[in-house]
Design a protein around this ligand. Structure first.
Ligand code: GLC
Length: 733
């Protein structure tokens, strides 16, 4: 018996379809891909039971969140990490140990940011998104943008910089690249995850001004400019509340001030409540530790956002609207990552192009800190090179914590130096030191290194930091790693003593790996050249060798201040790192990094934004278009940049502002624009910059809003935070 529709129902259906078609047409034009399916989402939510809605709010396996099979709503599939798609471990945590999940191991965040090249950030994201797509992931859990508040933070290598503007710009390029592949990015960790010590419980006590000016801007830009689809709140508390349920951060700032339409995905095991989280917390609870009870095959429905939500809503039916809001946001992201139409571009993995991009980022991200008498690039009057140091042969990809990558290969500096320079020079190698638990000198290795140096014309020392000792991915012997902070601002395994000796007996070039540097000592003054490589990825060795040989002209710039000693950093000077185990007070406020060093006039070893080239540049002829501006005006100005040296190269022109008269203490400079420009030798280009009003404003704690004060502002333009070549004064009316 066929069911006959009443004429009224047919009319209603016709109207609903027609109406929704025109609405859908309007929605489809939405600029924000997250907002193109509201009508469809309305219909879907209407069909879902409360139990089904709740399935979407929490994990369904180690790296998936729930779907509703009955309605064709699939699971969301996530993967780490910020610089490569992590290897497969199925629905639990036991890695599959298969051979088809190796990936392109890109340079880590600190090296990407050191390129100061947003376009490269976009290409980087495109590679990452394409590989995530090929591995059938929907969301890649990166970029990490937390501010470098101390050189000891274990995850600095994964993050980018001490400056929020640079972090936001580099993250936005990365995010747009990832999302161009139909994959969602996930900017993390929101916010103030600036240490690993007690990361799961530490309470960061931060003034609203420091939050607004330092710890929130990178996330704001990731949302406003990058249009990121997801965000991951941090494990820690901010001002007394866990980030995953923090009303100020999650509701007042993220949902209202930033108008964020995407999803908040908890860190793994970072949710601590049902009601608080339902009312103003994350949308999806991830993790396998069920409140740290079980890790093997937990019953995911028992998560805070599982059955307890069903129970709570049954007791308070008006809470269902909070469930619906989360489900709406999750469905928005599912539509945006094509879970319902599958029309993503074709994903690729480990292609030549991907590996070449990894090399390109390393080439542009390695920073030439020092080059006395232009000892670099290596010239013909040397015959023998002694390569010394464990990092000359170490591989890093698989270590560091959740950001680990099973690289398809990782070319070591020694392999690359032999390949690039072996025909021209005699290369001898000595390990010099061995990573060891006792943090001790290995006498025979030291002796061998000194002998090698004695036989050579020049020493290339490749050392610095590493992620962890073998087998210490989560163990005691971690350095640049998730879950643990460094305990010293000295390179491990007594490298300083070895470097001091080597740099006294022969001209030395130092290549330093790490998410930070080390305190000043004799070797820094004796060493003729220093390259800071961060963690330059699978082709990092090649990039190092190409820079040493001169095939590549370095153009990286420091994204963090290298101070002479640990207690020069404000967080340490104030005794506020890593806090007392319960609270960590951000008493330095906004005076983080160069904002502190330049304002206090404190000398540093190498300043923020510093990086040398094999050529020289001149920045001249600053010309502001308008000397005065008011609320809705933009300050426009141009500068000329000339390559005054003997070879092609790239310069990063940095623009800082200084509020000469302000009601509150402001830094003597704040980065508000930058451009990387490639110039042939002798070439001059005119760069134009625009600074909108917000580039001059500060967060007024009393008015609780951004304020630009009437008066004079200096615009400072240079090739580093301390190398200012041009200044202009403009007046805000
Ligand atoms: C980790 C990290 C986070 C990562 C997640 C999944 O604890 O803090 O960055 O994405 O868990 O591995």
């Amino acid at each position: 018996m066929t069911k006959r529709f009443s004429p009224f129902l047919l009319i209603a259906l016709f109207l609903a379809t027609t109406f929704s078609c025109s609405t859908e047409k309007k929605e489809a034009q939405q600029t924000n891909p997250l907002m193109r399916n509201e009508s469809k989402i309305d219909s879907l939510i209407k069909l879902m039971t409360l139990e089904e809605k709740t399935k979407l709010l929490h994990a369904s396996s180690s790296f998936t969140s729930g779907g509703v099979e009955r309605l064709g709503i699939p699971e969301l599939v996530m993967s780490d990490g910020p610089h490569g798609v992590r290897m497969e471990h199925g629905r639990d945590w036991e890695f599959d140990n298969i051979t088809t999940d190796s990936a392109t191991y890109l340079p880590t965040g600190i090296t990407l940011a050191s390129t100061w090249n947003e376009k490269l950030g976009y290409k980087y994201g495109t590679v990452l998104g394409s590989e995530a797509n090929e591995r059938k992931k929907d969301i890649i859990l990166g970029p990490g943008v937390n501010i470098i508040r101390s050189p000891l933070n274990g995850r600095n290598f994964e993050y980018m910089t001490e400056d929020p503007f640079l972090a936001g710009k580099m993250a936005s390029g990365y995010i747009k690249g990832v999302q161009s592949q139909g994959i969602g990015a996930c900017v993390k960790h929101y916010t103030a995850n600036n240490q690993e010590t007690k990361r799961g419980s530490i309470n960061a006590v931060i003034s609203e001004r420091a939050l607004q000016e330092i710890y929130l801007p990178a996330f704001r830009r990731a949302i406003k400019e990058g249009n990121v689809y997801s965000i991951m709140p941090a494990y820690n508390k901010v001002n007394g509340q866990y980030c995953s349920e923090n009303k100020y951060l999650m509701e007042d700032v993220l949902r209202k001030e930033f108008n964020f339409k995407g999803i908040a995905i908890s860190d793994w095991g970072a949710v601590h409540s049902t009601k608080e989280t339902l009312l103003h917390g994350v949308d999806i609870e991830m993790g396998t530790e069920l409140a740290n009870k079980t890790r093997k095959n937990p019953n995911y429905d028992e998560f805070f956002l599982g059955n307890p939500v069903v129970k709570l809503v049954k007791e308070h039916p008006d809470y269902e609207k909070f469930v619906d809001e989360k489900v709406r946001r999750i469905l928005r992201v599912m539509f945006a990552v094509h879970k319902f139409d599958n029309n993503r571009p074709e994903g690729e993995r480990n292609t030549k192009e991907h590996h070449e991009l990894a090399r390109k980022v390393a080439e542009e991200g390695i920073v030439l800190l020092k080059n006395e008498n232009n000892i670099l690039p290596l010239n013909d009057d040397i015959k023998t090179i002694a390569v010394i140091g464990d990092n000359a042969t170490a591989r890093h990809a698989i270590n560091g914590g959740s950001s680990q990558v099973k690289a398809q290969y990782e070319i070591t500096p020694l392999e690359a130096i032999k390949k690039e320079l072996g025909d021209k020079y005699k290369i001898i190698y000595a390990r010099g030191y061995e990573p060891n638990k006792e943090n001790a000198v290995i006498p025979e290795l030291e002796k061998e290194a000194l002998n090698a140096a004695a036989k050579a014309d020049v020493v290339i020392y490749v050392g610095g930091w590493l992620h962890n000792l073998p087998g210490n991915q989560w163990g005691k012997y971690r350095y640049d790693a998730e879950g643990k902070d460094k305990t010293s601002y000295e390179f491990p395994f007594k490298q300083k003593e070895l470097m001091n000796k080597l740099s006294e007996i022969k001209p030395m070039i130092a290549v330093i790996f790490g998410g930070s540097f080390a305190r000043h000592d004799k070797w820094v003054d004796n060493t003729k050249a220093i390259l800071f490589a961060g963690y330059p990825g699978m082709e990092g060795g090649t990039a190092i060798a190409e820079i040493l040989s001169g095939k590549v002209n370095p153009s990286g710039k420091l994204t963090f201040t290298i101070a002479n000693k640990l207690n020069d950093y404000p967080s340490h000077k104030l005794g506020e790192f890593p806090g007392n185990g319960k609270d960590v007070l951000y008493r330095e406020g906004i005076f983080v990094g160069y904002r502190y060093f330049d304002t206090s006039g404190k000398d540093v070893m190498f300043p923020f934004g510093h990086g040398l080239s094999y050529t020289t540049f001149d920045i001249t002829n600053i010309k502001p278009e308008n000397k005065e501006f008011s609320k809705n005006d933009t300050v426009r100005f141009t500068v000329d940049v000339t390559n005054t040296g003997e070879r092609d190269g790239a310069e990063v022109v940095q623009v800082y502002i200084y509020d000469k008269f302000s009601a509150v203490k402001r830094p003597v400079k704040e980065l508000k624009a930058f451009k990387k420009v490639f110039l042939k030798k002798g070439e001059t280009k005119t760069l134009s910059f625009e600074l909108s009003n917000d580039a001059f404003s500060y967060w007024n704690p009393l008015k609780k809003s951004w304020v630009t004060e009437p008066g004079d502002f200096d615009i400072l333009v240079g090739s580093s935070s301390t190398d200012i070549n041009q200044t202009a004064t403009v007046t805000y009316k």
